[in-house]
Design a protein around this ligand. Structure first.
Ligand SMILES: Nc1ncnc2c1ncn2[C@@H]1O[C@H](COP(=O)(O)OP(=O)(O)OP(=O)(O)O)[C@@H](O)[C@H]1O
Ligand SMILES: [Mg+2]
Length: 218
């Protein structure tokens, strides 16, 4: 009986670590492509709600395993937008990953997709440790991690949000951050509904409604 339980425990660990490593490898591969200027986005007219739902379906098990309570508010009948579904999925996975990693006791995650003026918004919110104001821009730099004990006890390389930023920049969109230490974080991806003929407008990080130009990593 005990062996059985231990075997299950091992399997869970192996499963979790395999998933983490796969995600890490995906991030590193994409990141090196981006750095080499060889990351190409394959834009196809898509329903963002559908893309996010597929991500959630594949992520559900992981959330359940971790004891998370997921609530969703996904609008349907949204206008189609020109996106790279794989890249947007990876951005959402990274936000979900962070939401789970940096949730402390309150294991509640909210995901929403809706149309907001001229954009489709994808929101991932948690009730975790939050991010100090002074770090809210730096977290988008590669390898940057907030220097608190909880963050450093959590495995990570500081690539996730840098990748999210690049992907959204490639879509001419924006990433908004709203967070308070001890209260949780809300990340919102905005994807423009009408894709202009010209190059996508410069992406930026926006902190509580104020756009911030992208930092020095260019
Ligand atoms: N939802 C969140 N709540 C609290 N802090 C966060 C959240 N998301 C990101 N952070 C902070 O921002 C830092 C950078 O996030 P990022 O996703 O880029 O890297 P990581 O999670 O540390 O590692 P990786 O994503 O490469 O596995 C994190 O180390 C953490 O300090
Ligand atoms: Mg991360």
């Amino acid at each position: 009986m005990k062996d059985d339980q231990q075997a299950k425990e091992f399997l869970r660990t192996i499963n979790g670590e395999t998933r983490r490593l796969t995600q890490l490898i995906n991030n590193i591969l994409d990141f090196s492509k981006i750095e080499a200027g060889r990351k190409e986005y394959r834009f196809v007219s898509s329903d963002v709600a559908e893309v996010v739902e597929v991500v959630l379906r594949t992520y559900e098990y992981q959330l359940r395993e971790g004891g998370f309570d997921l609530s969703t508010r996904i609008d349907h009948g949204l206008p189609m937008v020109s996106i790279d579904p794989e890249a947007i999925s990876q951005a959402v996975v990274n936000l979900l990953n962070n939401a789970t990693k940096y949730s402390d006791d309150i294991k509640k995650i909210e995901v929403a997709v809706w149309a907001r003026d001229t954009d489709i918004a994808i929101e991932v919110a948690d009730h975790g440790i939050g991010i100090p104001r002074s770090d809210q821009q730096k977290i988008f730099e590669k390898f940057y991690r907030v220097s608190t004990a909880l963050v450093h006890n959590t495995k990570g390389s500081g690539l996730g949000l840098a990748l999210v930023m690049h992907i959204i920049e490639g879509h001419g969109g924006q990433v908004l951050v709203d967070s308070e230490p001890g209260r949780g974080s809300r990340f919102t991806i905005l994807i423009p509904i009408v894709k202009t003929e010209t190059a996508p407008k410069k992406a930026g990080v926006e902190i509580r409604g104020y756009p911030v130009e992208e930092g020095s990593h260019h």
